[in-house]
Design a protein around this ligand. Sequence first.
Ligand SMILES: NC(=O)c1ccc[n+]([C@@H]2O[C@H](COP(=O)([O-])OP(=O)(O)OC[C@H]3O[C@@H](n4cnc5c(N)ncnc54)[C@H](OP(=O)(O)O)[C@@H]3O)[C@@H](O)[C@H]2O)c1
Ligand SMILES: [Zn+2]
Ligand SMILES: [Zn+2]
Length: 349
Amino acid sequence: MYDAKAYSAASATSPLARATIPRRDPRDRDVKLEILYCGICHSDLHVVRNEWSNTVYPIVPGHEIVGRVVEVGAAVTKFKRGDLAAVGCLVGSDGTCAECKDGFEQFCPNLTLTFNSPDAQLGGTTYGGYSDSIVVDERFVLRVPPNLELASTAPLLCAGITTYSPLRHWGVTKGKKVGVVGLGGLGHMGVKFAHAFGAHVVVFTTSPKKKDDALRLGADEIVVSRDAVEMGRHLGSFDFILDTVSADHDVGAYLELLRRDGNLTLVGAPPKPLAVAAFGLIMRRRSLSGSNIGGLAETQEMLDFCGEHELTADVEVIPIQKVNEAYERLLGSKVKYRFSIDMASLKAE
Ligand SMILES: NC(=O)c1ccc[n+]([C@@H]2O[C@H](COP(=O)([O-])OP(=O)(O)OC[C@H]3O[C@@H](n4cnc5c(N)ncnc54)[C@H](OP(=O)(O)O)[C@@H]3O)[C@@H](O)[C@H]2O)c1
Ligand SMILES: [Zn+2]
Ligand SMILES: [Zn+2]
């Protein structure tokens, strides 16, 4: 065991502050990463503030991690010292259940999340990426394409895979009309991927000022969702809608925009239940579903796709000392479009 530097919160109302946390020494199959960048996901904020009512304190969030390998266990085959590597939302699963066998580790009943999960090795809970280093079983460590800029690659590990996976699953390709609701960290990646897959992309936003950005990111049209006339123009026309909204909103208004057999997938995780009118689904045989990040093989596939297409997140790089301010801006939808923490700022403390 060794001491690592981190930022942690002591309660739902405490700011994130400098802390020292224990990390395990690498075992045979472990990789130790020096963390270079970590993205800030809205899930970090939900958990730090106990909005999903399952937070164990102190909490160290962060699951969009890129770094350099500084040590490997004797049995590690995928990585060597000096390699770039990445860790997303998962650091463990049983590897034996039907979900794991099918490559859906994110649905494993015994999965270990990167933070706020029971830590089988050290006891207590797992600590995430707002830290200078992390030790992870190589099965959960991803390869980073060498041509990508690291600060903007970090958000691919959650915002990237969480949007890539459902777009692929629901067959988003050329000729499909696809909506992305909410232009935040997830939403802007959804727009980039849907555009790269050849779809006609419509962004729904509550922020009219994001129009030019949406078009630059790959949207073909933008709809201000509070404008009923604009919404009405799209009734019954979408093949697929990806809803990334982090707060309470009228999901029924988007179901009405789906064509026959259209699907709306929720990836946003508002703390309160959403209201759904039965007729919103019954008519036109529409469906409503959800999606949770992605499995390891698909996450690697997504990273490789991003390498081939030079596709990364739009980030604002911040020192870790600005993390509490960043949370307030995230809550106000005032980030273009993901914060990425430069971990050199933590090492310097
Ligand atoms: N399913 C998964 O695996 C998974 C993975 C990661 C994150 N998540 C969840 O996905 C959600 C989004 O995460 P994120 O990091 O992308 O957050 P984010 O950057 O804050 O983006 C959320 C966007 O939702 C829109 N929005 C916010 N409040 C709204 C409101 N009251 N009404 C309507 N629209 C609103 C805003 O877009 P506009 O300004 O364009 O309206 C905002 O930019 C969070 O709930 C997070 O926990 C789920
Ligand atoms: Zn996330
Ligand atoms: Zn499993």
